[in-house]
Ligand binder design. Structure first.
Ligand SMILES: CC(=O)N[C@H]1[C@@H](OP(=O)(O)OP(=O)(O)OC[C@H]2O[C@@H](n3ccc(=O)[nH]c3=O)[C@H](O)[C@@H]2O)O[C@H](CO)[C@@H](O)[C@@H]1O[C@H](C)C(=O)N[C@@H](C)C(=O)N[C@H](CCC(=O)O)C(=O)O
Ligand SMILES: Nc1ncnc2c1ncn2[C@@H]1O[C@H](COP(=O)(O)OP(=O)(O)OP(=O)(O)O)[C@@H](O)[C@H]1O
Ligand SMILES: N[C@H](CCC[C@H](N)C(=O)O)C(=O)O
Ligand SMILES: [Mg+2]
Length: 480
């Protein structure tokens, strides 16, 4: 591989440097291997240019940056080095499943990706999903940390999945990922949008910027004619539909106002929901084995993706009856005296409302919630979540989520200000124990915010922690 093969059209390269043999790409000096091209990117915390020397020492044979720098190896200046990196990664890792569906939206991405994989699988395809909970396929179950990994990790993973024989991949497109061009070079064949509500206001200056970033999936990344499955029942649905149509995508709307798949009616049925949907003039009655009205939206987006990429509608709807929720998404993890305990990943205002609303019908007694908020993330959501918990739950225990570099007590205080009467228990395991110990028949407990996570980030350390394990331990301790 020559340097010019990696940077086709993305940067003007000196003819001599263009012929340089290169082995791969790296975005972190600590990951450079001999023969790699090091991409020195200006970042949010530091500047990759500060690590050029370290990268060269580790064996980098060329550097790509946004601004001129001197180094002992050729330096190429690219207009958009993040995009150049993603496109180069796609050259280094060239194999991709032939069907790749990318889903964006504030909430529901992980669930839609997991459901789409499951429905494809039941139709006989070798399917995978990639996102917040990691990579899941017939051959792999790898825990992840980012929703959309950095381009090098992402393209490597996609290449490996294709190598495993995966033909159908559903992946999550986060707004950070879209903004930072992590997904450029992925040959996306179908797209989806769930919803948009307040999130990441520490990163995006305005909601309009946040929405515009999400729209990149439809306006920049998807090729003309690709399906765009859009949940139709939201404030921003019309904007997304218009953007997708303008870019000549093949729009399929789903939901109560959906024209592709219309939700005719739905009703709770135990820890599941019975529903009727209409598709191409035909009605389908089915039972979704999941708690939470929002899961209907996620299931219909997943069915839409499968059908619009050529899957049989009857088989797709039949598969919805066997869906398993993504780990830690309104997951029933046990009960005390018949009072159910759920673990959920709601860590933003709208998700917390949806999770509490979903559980309210099951609470003959009190609806109890244990939650906190992550440090180094949008501080504005803390009082909003406090207010939501106070309004939608009967008993509120505010605890720590991932404090990261912040003072956990200050994070809790910001939530508690809007949740008068809430208990303040920093230690998350103790908060869960306290909630479980007080459960009575008819109560429901929601443990929100960390879902599938198996660590708690305190300062620079990741301490082992799982809401599943903490709940199980508390339930065992209070078994009688
Ligand atoms: C704020 C943010 O999005 N940061 C992402 C961004 O990092 P950055 O470029 O700003 O990094 P930086 O730390 O300033 O460093 C600048 C450059 O120096 C390099 N460096 C740094 C140190 C060193 O020793 N050597 C070196 O080469 C870094 O690799 C980087 O290229 O680009 C990196 C590579 O793609 C990402 O790993 C990193 O994600 C960090 C870890 C992160 O926490 N991101 C979160 C906020 C995130 O992306 N979340 C989304 C949204 C989830 C959701 O929807 O809820 C996600 O997709 O997960
Ligand atoms: N369609 C939806 N509408 C509203 N809330 C939802 C929806 N789907 C899921 N949620 C809520 O959001 C939480 C996260 O769901 P999920 O992991 O599927 O979304 P996500 O978009 O991948 O989130 P993240 O960006 O945090 O990874 C769930 O635990 C639930 O509380
Ligand atoms: N993808 C989200 C996850 C948040 C999960 C929550 N437990 C927290 O730490 O705030 C983020 O990185 O902002
Ligand atoms: Mg996710």
């Amino acid at each position: 591989m020559k340097l010019r093969d990696l940077l086709r059209g993305e940067a003007a390269i000196d003819p001599q440097a263009a012929e340089l043999a290169v082995a791969g790409v790296a975005v972190d000096s600590r990951a450079v291997k001999p023969g790699d091209v090091f991409f020195a990117l200006g970042g949010h915390k530091t500047d990759g240019a500060r690590f050029i020397e370290a990268a060269v020492k580790a064996g980098a044979v060329a550097v790509v940056t946004g601004h001129p720098h001197t180094a002992s190896v050729p330096v190429v200046v690219a207009d958009d080095p993040r995009r150049a990196l993603a496109l180069a990664a796609a050259v280094v890792y060239p194999r991709q499943p032939r069907t790749i569906a990318a889903v964006t939206g504030t909430s529901g991405k992980t669930s839609v990706a997991a459901f789409t994989r499951q429905v494809w699988d039941s139709l006989g395809h070798n399917a995978a999903s990639l996102g917040t909970i990691g990579i899941v396929s017939r051959h792999r179950n790898v825990y992840g940390s980012l929703t959309t990994p950095d381009p090098v990790a992402l393209h490597r993973a996609i290449d490996e999945l294709a190598g495993d024989g995966v033909t159908h991949l559903a992946l999550e497109a986060s707004s950070h990922g879209l903004d930072q061009h992590r997904l450029d070079g992925v040959r996306i064949t179908a797209t989806a949008f769930t919803n948009l509500s307040r999130d990441h206001m520490d990163y995006h200056p305005t909601v309009e910027h946040y929405l515009a970033t999400k729209l990149r999936l439809f306006t920049d990344l998807a090729p003309e004619g690709a399906p765009a499955v859009i949940a139709a029942d939201h404030e921003h649905s019309a904007t997304v539909i218009a953007a997708a149509r303008t870019h000549k995508l093949n729009v399929m709307t789903v939901g109560r106002q959906g024209e592709g798949i219309r939700l005719v009616e739905a009703a709770i049925d135990g820890f599941g929901q019975r529903m009727t949907v209409e598709h191409r003039g035909q009605n389908w009655r089915l039972r979704l084995p999941l708690v939470g009205e929002f899961q209907i939206e996620n299931a219909l987006v997943a069915a839409g993706l499968v059908i619009s990429t050529g899957g049989d509608a009857a088989q797709a709807f039949a598969a919805l009856e066997h869906l398993e929720g993504a780990k830690g998404r309104l997951e029933l993890v046990g009960d005390r005296f018949g009072a159910p305990v759920f673990v959920d990943y709601a860590h933003k205002p709208d998700a917390l409302v949806k999770a509490l609303e979903a559980l309210r019908p099951y609470a003959k007694g009190r609806l109890v919630v244990v939650f906190g908020a992550g440090g180094d993330r949008d501080a504005g959501k803390r009082p909003l979540m406090g207010e939501i918990a106070a309004r939608h739950a009967d008993t509120v225990i505010v605890t720590d989520d991932n404090p990261r570099s912040e003072d956990p007590a200050a994070i809790r205080a910001a939530i508690l200000e809007a949740a008068p009467g809430a208990q303040n228990i920093g230690d998350r395991a103790e908060a869960i124990r306290t909630a479980v110990a007080a459960l009575a028949p008819g109560d429901v407990l929601l443990i929100a915010g960390k879902g599938h996570e198996i660590g708690q980030i305190v300062g620079d350390k990741v301490l082992p922690f799982s809401d599943h394990e903490a709940a199980a331990a508390a339930l065992a301790e209070h078994a009688t």
